[in-house]
Design a protein around this ligand. Structure first.
Ligand SMILES: [Zn+2]
Length: 493
């Protein structure tokens, strides 16, 4: 039995509700304050005045992709070509090189050929949809490019040439990812990883092995490409171990705004294009029917306002079985009527608040007419729709405080202006998106609050989050990350 003293425990039952001492045993909360008087403890942990919350969870990210990004040279925020080249030269070790996060500053294939024109060199741009590559890559693809810049299809084709990761590489990515997430106070994540690396079985074994030794509440979506592998594996839906669940089937309804593939009601500016459906409507319906035939649920990537309308129509036609819930991922743009249509549906929405800060206002330039609803978080909550907070890391930094700041202040990182403040949500509700409502998709009834019988997953900050000023969201430190009663990250104040 452990006693946790000198903490301010925010139970998340209502704003400002706090306790001061807590007892835990076998990974569960036993009680607080007066209720735990007289108990004999084996261990007393001094939390040194930290503000303790239920463990923060990221509702949509890519654990392996994030770990891989952390393992590769990163050119993030470097805007000087000579500096980029210097970093690449230093990272090059006579084997294929892949660098991430390049910000356009005039790098071409001839710069990369200087480093090597024998080994493959690929530099991914920070929009995630283009690459700059050297001649070794172009020759192998039998592809001509003046400057070595490849986009979309050709970029993907090039990436398939990169040597596959070994089992040990993947384990290493996962460990790095979890370690960094713990430092952001994250105790769990809902991740889409199972179709992008090696085989389904091998990738899943990476999780089995790592989570056997490192606690992290991992919930994996099953990409529809590996649905048959999942069915063959004999694995069941949801709980595998206390640290691993297999959840909804991940599918894509449309694309993204920056590549003009998100399915919009109105055409993109100066075009007659509305974006696209990744699968024809009928084919998508068949995919949903297959999911239902196996009593499973769907996690659907959908970005455009028209895409959301169509997904709703299809899900209403084929609802999940009683007691099950689908999830929509992204949905930044919506038609005026959408929140009413969503009301009462068996689903939750995984939103990425940081996308507002990253994408506004430039995303407006893509549209002839601004969609009716833009990141309509307040409206959705007012319609009792369950929202869960996420980063989509490696796309955004998986620091939940940055997500909460975006929910509350709606400030663009580009012009520092606030956008659509009537859709801002109160700080307490914003914290809930990362602690309480994010647990909805796990179907666990003892996660997301600090209450007797709930899991002892905790995140401790140096300050009371409900009282932070806008700039403090960037500077407030995580002091403790605790999973299953075990301290996995600790920082001195
Ligand atoms: Zn994603």
């Amino acid at each position: 039995m452990k006693k946790w003293i000198n903490g301010i425990f925010h139970t998340m039952e209502k704003p400002g509700a706090v306790k001061h001492q807590m007892a835990t045993d076998q990974g569960l909360i036993v009680g607080f304050d007066d209720d735990i008087d007289g108990i004999v403890f084996d261990e007393i942990i001094d939390l040194k005045g930290a503000h303790i919350y239920p463990g923060f969870v990221d509702a949509h990210l890519h654990l392996l992709g994030y770990g891989r990004m952390l393992s590769r040279p990163n050119l993030n925020k470097i805007k000087d070509k000579d500096q980029v080249i210097a970093i690449l030269e230093k990272a090059y070790q006579d084997k294929p090189l892949f660098a991430e996060g390049y910000f356009e500053c005039g790098l071409t294939k001839s710069d990369l050929n200087q480093i090597s024109n024998k080994e493959l060199i690929m530099v991914r741009h920070n929009d995630y949809h283009s690459l700059t590559v050297n001649d070794a890559v172009l020759n192998m693809m039998d592809y001509e490019s003046e400057d070595g810049v490849l986009t979309e299809e050709s970029a993907e084709q090039a990436m398939r040439l990169f040597p596959p990761h070994t089992f040990e590489d993947l384990k290493d990515f996962l460990k790095k990812s979890i370690q960094k997430l713990n430092a952001f106070g994250i105790t769990g994540g809902h991740s889409d990883d199972l179709s992008y690396y090696n085989s389904f079985d091998e990738t899943l074994s990476v999780f089995d092995e790592v989570l056997n030794v490192i606690p992290f509440r991992t919930h994996l979506l099953v990409h529809h490409h590996v649905l048959d592998d999942f069915l063959k594996s004999g694995r069941t839906y949801m709980d595998q171990t206390p640290y691993l669940q297999l959840g909804s089937i991940k599918m894509f309804y449309d694309g993204t705004v920056s590549s003009k593939t998100a399915l919009m009601k109105a055409p993109y500016r100066n075009t007659d294009m509305h974006g696209l459906r990744i699968h024809e409507k009928l084919e998508f319906e068949r995919m949903i029917q297959k999911v239902r035939a196996h009593h499973l649920t769907a996690a659907i990537h959908v970005i455009g306002d028209q895409g959301v309308l169509e997904v709703i129509e299809i899900l209403k036609k084929y609802p999940p079985k009683q007691g099950q819930f689908d999830r929509l991922i992204h949905t930044p743009w919506m038609d005026q009527k959408t929140p009413d249509y969503l009301k009462g549906m068996a689903l939750s929405i995984d939103i990425q608040p940081q996308f507002l800060s990253s994408d506004l206002p430039w995303a407006f330039d893509y549209f002839e007419k601004t969609p009716e609803l833009v990141f309509p978080w307040k409206t959705l909550l007012d319609h009792n729709i369950i929202l869960a907070g996420s980063s989509d890391a490696p796309i955004e930094i998986p620091n939940p405080l940055l997500g909460i700041r975006a929910l509350v202040y709606r400030i663009s990182d580009h012009d520092h202006k606030a956008y659509g403040l009537k859709e801002a949500i109160p700080i307490f509700d914003a914290i809930k998106l990362y602690t309480t409502s994010v647990q909805f998709s796990t179907m666990k009834s003892n996660r997301g609050y600090l209450k007797k019988g709930y899991i002892a997953d905790l995140t401790g900050f140096e300050k009371d989050l409900e009282k932070l000023s806008e700039p403090e969201f960037e500077t407030t430190k995580v002091l403790w990350t605790i999973i299953d009663e075990k301290v996995v990250f600790q920082k001195e104040k």
